[in-house]
Every structure is written in C-alpha cells, then in structure tokens.
Ligand binder design. Structure first.
Ligand code: PMT
Length: 226
C-alpha cells in the first residue's frame, strides 16, 4: 500500500543499463530501459523516502521529487552509488550492470582497415557493485537488495547469486529480448537471505516495487525517537 512508512529514510536505487565505451562513438550495452528502477524510485518517494536515483542511460524523464544522478558506464555507476550509499538506509540495485568492459578505450574512432581481419575484442572484469556494498555496509543496519536477470533456471541461479552477492534480498526475474526489458510489467520471486521466498505475480512494475519496499521496510531498524 502507499503508507508513508519510508518517511525519515534515505534510499538509493540504481536503474537502466550501463554502456561500456569502446571508442568515442561505440559501446557495449544491454536492453534495460530503466522502467523497473524508476518504478522503485517513484514508489519509495510516494511512501515518504528521500530518494537518490542513479540512472544509467535511461530515456525516461526524471521522476518528481527524486534526486537523479545520470551515469554512463559501470565505473561511473559504482562511483555514484557508493557515494550516495554512505548515509542510505537501503540500496536497491535494479540497474543492469555490465560484468565486463573493453580492456582498452580507443581515444579516436576505431578504423576499418581494408583487407585486414578485425582485432579480437579483449574484455576485463568490472567491479561487482552489489557485492561491494553488501560487504561494506557503510551505514549500520543498511538493507541491500539486488536483482537477478536470468534467461533459464531462474530460481536455482537466483539462490546461488544471493549467496555470492551477500545482499539481504534478491529479486529474481526472467528476461529475454523483449521479456521484462522495456516492458510495463514484470513478475518475480523475491528471495531473502533469511530463507524467505515471496512470489509476485505478473503485473505493473510498480506492483513489484511495492512488494520490494514492503520487504525492505519490515527489515529496517526502528528510527530513533525524536
Ligand atoms: O530496465 P527495465 O527495462 O525495466 O528492465 C528491468 C531489468 C530486467 C533490468 C531489472 O528488472 C533487472 O533484472 N535488473 C538487474 C539486471 C542485472 O544486471 O542482473 P545480473 O543478474 O547481471 O546482476 C545481479 C545483480 O548484481 C544486479 O542487482 C546488478 O545490479 C548487480 N551487479 C551486476 C554486475 C556488476 N558488475 N555489478 C553489480 O552490482
């Protein structure tokens, strides 16, 4: 429901998909539109939270009453999320973050040379932002939630991912070329580190967002008395 149960809280949400630059005109990217992350930000603001939305390459307009920080690459997203997480009560990583980036950034446009095969593309690992924040918990009692985008055996992969990432909640959703990515609806199972499993039926992305904030709100430590 839209109870003002997040009043007095600062929450950070990441949304969209990172772009890993190859040269000034090209990047490696993914199909995230930002809709799920923006729905999380809107719902948190409606429930009274102060919201920082770290948005990677989304075409969506800034939601009213939300602080929006726009970023491009995974490294930029990491810097913005880490900074905002310092005093946050909860962090929700809905962004689709590239696991790898091109090892070399060419400062000039990569040229096609006639009668020469293309150079193979070498990738290096990006930092795992969700795992870093889960391990460091810059604020005591902070709740950290991630998403798992899976194409097959979603629940089995989700359980393994929850353990590796060390977050409190993991929202497991299935994705395809046009499934979930860019869609208005989603369906998911939210796994808790405490063993809980909360299925959310197919419906608007706001509906899943409400359930995620319900699960976070019940895990947050009480606010100190004024
Ligand atoms: O934006 P939409 O079009 O609405 O689509 C929504 C969505 C499909 C993007 C969203 O619901 C979703 O699943 N987001 C997470 C996508 C993703 O990157 O999943 P993953 O399984 O690769 O990563 C698992 C978790 O680790 C995610 O919380 C991700 O933000 C985080 N991660 C991943 C890699 C990395 N280097 N650092 C991270 O923090």
């Amino acid at each position: 429901g839209t109870a003002p149960d997040l009043v007095g809280r600062h929450v950070v949400v990441s949304a969209g998909g990172t772009r890993e630059p190859l040269d000034p005109v090209r990047f490696l990217g993914n199909r995230s539109s930002g809709k799920q992350g923006y729905a999380l930000a809107r719902v948190a603001a409606a429930r009274g939270a102060r919201v920082t939305l770290v948005s990677a390459n989304s075409a969506l307009p800034d939601p009213a009453g939300v602080d929006v920080v726009r970023v491009g690459s995974a490294l930029e997203l990491r810097e913005a999320v880490t900074k905002a997480a310092g005093d946050a009560d909860a962090v929700v990583m809905a962004a689709a973050v590239a696991d790898f980036r091109p090892a070399v950034y060419a400062t000039g446009k990569i040229k096609k040379k006639d009668d020469q095969e293309p150079e193979p593309l070498t990738l290096v690992r990006n930092p795992d932002i969700l795992a870093e924040i889960s391990a460091s918990r810059p604020r005591p009692g902070q709740i950290v939630a991630g998403f798992a985008a899976e194409t097959d055996e979603a629940l089995a992969h989700g359980r393994a991912k929850l353990a590796t990432k060390g977050c409190d909640l993991l929202v497991v959703n299935e994705v395809g070329e046009s499934k979930t990515f860019g869609a208005e609806e989603n369906e998911a199972v939210v796994l808790g580190a405490d063993g809980s499993e909360t299925p959310v039926p197919y419906g608007p992305k706001e509906m899943l967002a409400e359930t995620v904030w319900d699960l976070i709100a019940e895990r947050l430590p009480e606010l100190p008395e004024e």
